[in-house]
Design a protein around this ligand. Structure first.
Ligand SMILES: *Cc1c(COP(=O)(O)O)cnc(C)c1O
Length: 495
């Protein structure tokens, strides 16, 4: 190529598109075939397994500077990433609190990425679908259609959205303009001592500080003690604080306890406080016919955080914040810089969805939720929630009937806490059960987590899984008893 040609711009420009689309098509068909097999056969693989050193080493390889064929790239991903998953799509994954994803949702994520749309704003289908899925969330919870709302990365962000609106509405000053330092009477938020840790992070990020979130004692069922809450509000008023917001939890992480949402709605109304519900676990119980009564009152909240990547099993990530007063919601976040002004027609004439949260660019999260809801209908998702709750009751029955297994309490929803108890106490009992949990993971049998309830250590099973069958729970109980016996008779459990 000589200098003259170069000056004329005759060099071929580069692109990320393939040179040969037919090659990519063949490879893509293989990827899809492999993906279908992967999900179909998930039950036959271990829930989780430790990564060998050579696989782990692949993740410290340096920045690639020159190209590699796509099929080689895919082979590596298959050998490393796809072979060593967290395991939450497996029927016997019950750790922490996750959903188990679904194939249709994965197709939705793929198509959303193919379209590549940015949901910050604009007049296009993805933006309309994003608003439609928010509207469907309102409908599922019995929220008014006039409410505001937004899809976010997950429950933690959804809670931050709700609490930010609460702070701004209750501050008594223009916090956006003057900042929290200008608030005259320090604000107080309230939640139970079982509240999720994301609320602490939210209080810190909002500039109110951890101590502005008062943890209220709970009753025997680990639900917020309403009388204690009322007393705390009265004390705070007398001490010169401004009670601003009650955070109810619809499903705590430790045990699934659901605060009395009707009582909290009434109290918040009487006291003039914002009522926020952390419904990351339980808000969607509203669609489950046999259990919906457990979250009655959620529709009276000023704001709710819910998590479609948990009990709707959408591929991660998608959370949703709903705010009853749409104007207050928009008023908390909307800013219109000169480079994002809307136009009467054309691409920029749609609603600017970034006015309802902190992100400017936003991914097209709605499609994966929309496609799965459309395919199965919301009633099936409701039945799957009822099914998980019934499975938790079934598991509790197995535990009660099994030798040396001890149940912490009857499950309220889908979380069961239990342990193997051969007559030990304190640290020895904890070490034994921790060892059972680790061997269940390492032998690929089941993934559980553990927690402390009423000062006692327990293994914890959270069944948010549309693939779990009762036979999986039978196996869990059998294997826990087997491992417990094995470890207990080996002498002291390694700690
Ligand atoms: C999962 C959960 C959260 C956090 O949600 P993410 O989607 O993980 O950010 C908050 N509160 C409760 C009760 C939860 O279970």
């Amino acid at each position: 190529m000589d200098a003259v040609q170069e000056n004329l711009g005759l060099l071929a420009e580069e692109t990320l598109d393939p040179l040969d689309w037919a090659d990519v098509q063949a490879l893509s068909h293989r990827v899809i075939d492999d993906a279908v097999d992967y999900l179909r056969d998930v039950r036959d693989r271990p829930v989780w397994r430790e990564m060998p050193a050579d696989v782990r080493g692949a993740f410290s390889a340096p920045l690639p500077r020159s190209p590699a064929p796509l099929d080689a790239v895919y082979s590596e991903v298959s050998r490393t990433v796809m072979s060593y998953p967290m395991g939450n799509i497996h029927p016997r994954f019950w750790s922490w609190y996750m959903g188990s994803s679904n194939f249709t949702g994965a197709l939705g994520d793929f198509l959303a990425a193919i379209q590549g749309s940015n949901l910050g704003g604009g007049n296009h289908a993805a933006g309309l679908m994003d608003s439609q899925v928010v509207n469907w969330c309102k409908e599922m919870l019995g929220f008014p259609a006039s409410a505001g709302g937004t899809l976010v990365s997950g429950g933690s962000m959804a809670n931050i959205i709700g609490l930010t609106v609460a702070r701004n509405v209750k501050a008594g000053i223009d916090v956006r303009e003057h900042g929290v330092a200008a608030i005259e009477e320090p604000l107080r938020f309230y939640g139970s001592e079982q509240i999720h840790s994301c609320h602490r992070k939210a209080m810190e990020a909002l500039g109110l500080g951890n101590r502005a979130l008062r943890r209220i004692p709970t009753d025997a069922g680990l639900r917020i003690d309403i009388a204690a809450l009322r007393a705390a509000i009265t004390d705070d008023r007398a001490a010169g604080f401004k009670p601003a917001c009650v955070i109810g939890t619809a499903g705590t992480v430790n045990t699934g306890a659901i605060d009395d949402l009707q009582a909290l709605a009434k109290l918040s109304h009487e006291e003039g406080l914002w009522f926020h519900v952390d419904g990351c676990i339980g808000a969607l119980i509203a669609i489950a016919p046999e259990n919906a009564h457990r979250v009655a009152g959620i529709e009276r909240a000023d704001s709710v955080a819910l998590d479609p990547h948990k009990w709707l099993h959408a591929p991660f990530e998608v959370g949703c914040a709903l705010v009853r007063d749409a104007a207050a919601h928009r008023g908390t976040f909307a800013v219109t810089p000169e480079y994002l002004e809307s136009t009467p027609r054309g691409l920029a004439s749609g609603e600017w969805l970034h006015d309802y949260g902190l992100q400017t660019s936003r991914g097209f999260r709605a499609l994966k939720v929309w496609m799965a809801l459309k395919e199965h209908g919301v009633e099936k998702f409701g039945r799957l929630i009822d099914q998980n709750i019934a499975q938790a009751v079934y598991l509790a029955g197995l535990i009660e009937a099994a030798p040396r297994l001890q149940l912490a309490a009857s499950p309220t929803v889908n979380i069961v806490c239990f342990r193997y108890q051969p007559g030990l106490t304190g640290e020895a009992l904890k070490a034994l059960n921790t060892e059972i949990m680790l061997r269940l993971q390492e032998q690929g049998i089941a993934a559980l987590s553990d927690t402390t309830v009423h000062g006692e250590h327990w293994l914890r099973v959270a069944i948010t899984n549309h693939r779990t069958r009762r036979e999986d729970l039978d196996l869990l109980v059998r294997e826990t008893v087997r491992l417990g016996h094995e470890i207990a008779t080996q002498g002291s459990a390694p700690s």
